[in-house]
Design a protein around this ligand. Structure first.
Ligand SMILES: [Fe+2]
Length: 310
């Protein structure tokens, strides 16, 4: 198909320009397949350039478990990974699987999927014009940034536990009789969850051998910020404190001025448990205002969600 249709060859599966994805969205498909034959030469070349650029930085700044994950899953610079080839390795190691999606997913479906060890995975590749920074997730962020960490047993357990927070927050919010108060409290709890996820799974640091190393996927898929997060003396790095993380708004358009570190994933797991304790004690019912926000529709979506697979 790609050989005979110049338009498809040009467009391929590029983030923001992928007719295949547009058709899936029009049909309302959440989970899709990875039509590997549609990747253009440009898509493959972007993958190789990104990988070549990040690999030396990973060796300097990524945590050792991330590097083991890259090897264990046989991710390579040579071509965009086929999820059907990555998943058997992942399944054997932690039971996780990367599941292709058509793009943005409502947060409750995202966390529900993750709590079932199914990671919603973008399959498009950023355009060459977004080489340094892609505001939308793409396969490089999702597969080269997130998935290698899912190959680690301890981290995978943390992720499942964090994700199950969404369901716990919603179920207890349903018991609040006043509808406006219910939405207000739920909004605060979900804001807290989004921030906790941001400062750990996306931007978390791990202290290894007395040095800061990175396990957060937002950092691992951005060459500039990866180095900055570890080297720049102006970045404030504190031990992970769930209360501080839940109350700290973030701005995703700039390098993060403040990050949190753990000394082990056992410590991360304990922090997740503290976060659950805060939920039970009502300490996440009113957090510091600021991003991210949730619309009324999104909150209603959470409240009416029954936790069944999408
Ligand atoms: Fe991410």
């Amino acid at each position: 198909m790609a050989r005979h249709n110049n338009h498809v060859t040009q467009t391929g599966l590029t983030t923001t320009r992928a007719p295949f994805i547009e058709r899936c969205r029009k049909r309302g498909d959440t989970y899709i397949r990875q039509p590997y034959e549609l990747y253009s030469d440009d898509n493959q070349s972007t993958w190789r350039r990104l990988f070549d650029r990040l690999e030396p930085a990973w060796k300097s700044y990524a945590c050792s478990k991330f590097l083991s994950g890259i090897d264990a899953l046989r991710l390579s610079r040579d071509r965009i990974p086929k999820l059907s080839e990555v998943n058997p390795y992942l399944k054997r190691l932690t039971g996780f699987r990367a599941k292709p999606v058509a793009g943005y997913m409502p947060a409750h479906l995202f966390f529900d999927s993750l709590s079932r060890r199914e990671f919603p995975t973008t399959i498009t590749v950023r355009g060459a014009d977004k080489f340094d920074y892609s505001p939308e997730p793409d396969i490089f962020h999702d597969v080269a940034g997130h998935v290698p960490m899912h190959a680690d047993r301890e981290f995978a357990e943390c992720l499942v536990r964090i994700s199950s927070f969404a369901k716990a927050a919603v179920e207890s919010a349903r018991e609040i009789p006043n509808p406006e108060r219910r939405l207000g409290i739920l909004s605060n709890r979900l804001k807290a969850l989004a921030r906790f996820f941001w400062y750990t799974a996306e931007f978390g640091l791990l202290r290894e051998g007395g040095r800061y190393r990175v396990y957060g996927s937002g950092l691992l898929s951005s060459v500039g910020e990866l180095r900055h997060s570890v080297e720049d003396p102006k970045v404030r790095r504190d031990p992970l404190d769930p209360k501080q993380a839940a109350n700290l708004p973030f701005d995703e358009t700039q390098y993060q001025p403040r990050l949190f570190f753990v000394d082990s994933f056992e410590q991360l797991y304990n922090s997740v448990e503290q976060f659950f304790a805060m939920l039970r004690e009502g300490r996440l019912d009113k957090v510091t205002p600021g991003g991210p926000g949730f619309s009324r529709d999104q909150l209603e979506g959470f409240l009416h969600w029954n936790g069944a697979p999408a």
